[in-house]
Write a protein that binds this ligand. Sequence first.
Ligand code: ATP
Ligand code: MG
Length: 278
Amino acid sequence: MDPNASSIPATARAATATVKLRLTRVTKVFESGGQRVEALQPIDLEVSEGEFVVLFGPSGCGKSTLLNMIAGFEEPTSGEITLEGQPVTEPGSDRLMLFQEHALFPWLRVIDNVTYGLRWEPGYRFRPRRRREKAMELLRLVHLEEFAKSPVHELSGGMKQRVALARALAPDPKVLLVDEPFPALDALVRAKLYTELQDILVRTRKTIVSVTHDPREAACLGDRVIVFTGRPGSIKAELTVELPRPRDINDPKVAECAGIIAKQLEEENNETIPGEKI
Ligand SMILES: Nc1ncnc2c1ncn2[C@@H]1O[C@H](COP(=O)(O)OP(=O)(O)OP(=O)(O)O)[C@@H](O)[C@H]1O
Ligand SMILES: [Mg+2]
């Protein structure tokens, strides 16, 4: 990790010249029932092709709000989001979200969950065999091919998350958005999923923006970690994790990076609770 990278950046810059996703002065204010919540101060962020960017910050700082705006579920109050230079104005299968609740259809079999979203995709419409082939390819990627015909309700939590990952990858999105997908899983399953996620990232060269509270997860997965201030969220620091992949969440070097990331948040907490006695 570059120790000099923790200064406040004017713009969180993409690591390479090919910028996939660009957020320019993006803000969000929620107004409902006479209440006004300023969720995000102007955010400038670039994500390059194939990069894994982790958003890390305290609860309520606007991380999910930012992902929702990239997904097109929410509209920025001001500023602009572009994907490959085109403004993001609505949800689309070029930006798919992997939610905390895996949101699978419990009455469908594993394979049918994965093929579901492909029914409207160009190249797959009216081509059930092609959809099945694609789904099987992805189920192999997440090591679930032998469960293709199982009903989803028979799977463990970790397996369901892997099905959700296969489903999100099926339409080959340009950007995969991941909102704290693994908090409910035990440590062993999580460690395995982190390894798999990195493996998939390397093999598909997906551009990923993910959100976490967990500094170890950030250090294990991220090429870059964007640290947010408390609400209203703004970018406080940007850290580049230069550890080779695949990374093991239990590796002491990952723990060391996690410590540096967590420190950013501690400093943040100290700043936001002035006068507190310790
Ligand atoms: N639809 C909404 N209407 C009104 N306020 C909202 C809405 N969505 C989010 N907020 C507010 O915006 C702020 C940021 O919320 P957000 O869910 O983005 O935080 P977060 O960083 O994802 O938090 P956590 O880590 O707890 O998930 C919070 O104060 C929240 O109450
Ligand atoms: Mg959230």
